[in-house]
Design a protein around this ligand. Structure first.
Ligand SMILES: [Zn+2]
Length: 207
């Protein structure tokens, strides 16, 4: 008997399931082969451990649930397989898209975000604005260097505005009731990108 044969019958041997002749062969191999003896001792320990474990009857339906899950995973894997094969193509498209967007380099997000808290001031409708005082507020990143100009009804009112801690504030007084237009041009000096915010609002007199 060689080691391979010995190990293929080891389980049955340990559980005493072999016939007389086979058992004798196994015992003979055990005597001459230290490797298989070690394996045999390990198997004995495992059997001992298992015999100490209480047999538990799985709850009804568990087997069904497990099979169902296996089936589900199997189906999912099959479904995903074509996608996995296309992954390099997707990766390439993604890289091209990112490169394209990077090269186009639109106004950075913070400028877009700055476009604009004017909306905040006219929450119901961009074109209707009710309070008696008009405030134009642009929240910018305080640590960045912006250049901006504000026009109200085509007139440059930049000098009337304040720029405090990243906030541009304009409080024009004496606006007539009616539609007005505010235009803010902001340029991020670091990146050179710029954004333009153009809003029409309605002022309800009293100002
Ligand atoms: Zn052996």
């Amino acid at each position: 008997m060689n080691c391979e044969e010995f190990r293929s019958r080891l389980g049955e041997f340990v559980r005493g399931e072999l016939g007389e002749a086979e058992r004798a062969e196994m015992e003979e191999h055990l005597r001459v082969c230290p490797d298989c003896r070690a394996e045999y001792e390990r198997e004995i320990r495992i059997e001992e451990l298992l015999s100490g474990v209480e047999r538990v009857t799985p709850p009804q339906g568990l087997r069904f649930e497990i099979l169902k899950e296996i089936n589900r995973l199997e189906r999912k894997r099959k479904r995903l397989r074509p996608l996995v094969r296309l992954a390099p193509a997707f990766a390439m498209i993604f890289i091209l898209l990112v490169s394209y967007l990077w090269l186009r380099r639109p106004a950075p997000a913070e400028l877009e975000a700055a476009a604009f808290q004017v909306d905040l001031l006219s929450p119901r409708d961009k074109e209707v604005y009710l309070p008696d005082e008009v405030k134009v507020v642009a929240a910018l990143y305080p640590e960045r260097d912006y250049r901006y100009r504000i026009y109200l009804d085509g007139e440059d009112v930049t000098s009337e505005s304040k720029h405090i801690d990243g906030t541009i504030l304009l409080e024009p007084e004496g606006l007539d009731e009616g539609y007005h237009r505010v235009l803010v041009e902001i340029e991020d000096r670091e990146s050179g990108s710029s954004a333009e915010i153009d809003r029409v609002f309605y002022c309800m007199g009293g100002g």
